[in-house]
Design a protein around this ligand. Structure first.
Ligand code: 5RP
Length: 226
């Protein structure tokens, strides 16, 4: 199977997982990226069952609206029943690296609100240790050089993603050469404590609750190893 076929299979599994878990007033959180896009497109044929969604990016919000699916501001909803989103890497504790699509901050906010966070990914994203994928860090533009120097002190090699401005008007530093990240939660906190950082793409303080992983032998349902 191609990577896109695996993403499509896992997106279908996510639709099958989501539909029995939502009620008339449930709000579904929608992530960002190509796997999330497959999920949106497959969810569209069930839109009558959806009270509405919140989206982790303008791109996903626009795609949802194009399908006629209601999109709400997060501040306008009381809770998010379930959040479905992709990842750039996932480890057996279901800690993630996210932000390849530069949407990490809004993704982290929706994940924080969601009662259940379901990660959807093809098997290429499954790793023993995070950090081969360069870690995205969203930064207030005037702090870019300062944050980059601090990230070097942590052993990373930050590269400015020059062609990208986030939905929040900020820039992205991609931090190379962190692999293997050992104490993931500690690193997430340390990077977030650098003045000028909005957030970083480690999802360890709030990991996924469940991972649907698209593999050649079928979609695997993985819960966190303790
Ligand atoms: C966007 C993300 C995406 O979930 C991540 O980059 C995976 O993308 P894709 O589904 O295209 O492989 O974090 O900020």
């Amino acid at each position: 199977m191609t990577q896109d076929e695996l993403k499509q299979a896992v997106a279908q599994a996510a639709v099958d997982y989501t539909l029995p878990r939502i009620e008339d007033d449930s709000i579904v959180g929608i992530g960002t990226g190509s796997t999330a896009n497959f999920f949106i497109d497959l969810l569209a044929s069930h839109k009558a069952k959806l009270a509405g969604t919140v989206a982790s990016s303008e791109a996903s919000a626009n795609r949802l609206r194009d399908h006629g699916i209601p999109v709400y501001e997060l501040n306008a909803v009381d809770e998010v029943t379930i959040y479905i989103d992709g990842a750039d890497e996932a480890n057996p504790r279901l800690e993630l690296i996210k932000g390849g699509g530069a949407a990490l901050t809004r993704e982290k906010i929706v994940a924080a609100v969601a009662k259940e966070f379901v990660c959807i990914a093809d098997q290429s994203k499954w790793v023993d240790h995070l950090g081969t994928f360069p870690l995205p860090v969203e930064v207030i533009p005037m702090a870019r050089s300062h944050v980059a120097r601090e990230l070097v002190k942590l052993g990373g090699d930050p590269v400015w993603r020059k062609d990208v401005i986030t939905d929040n008007g900020n820039c992205i530093l991609d931090v190379y050469h962190l692999h293997p990240i050992g104490a993931v939660r500690e690193l997430e906190e340390r990077i977030n404590n650098i003045t000028g950082v909005v957030t970083n793409g480690l999802f360890a303080l709030r990991p996924a609750d469940i991972l649907l992983l698209g593999a050649e032998e079928g979609v695997k349902t993985i819960r966190a190893a303790s």
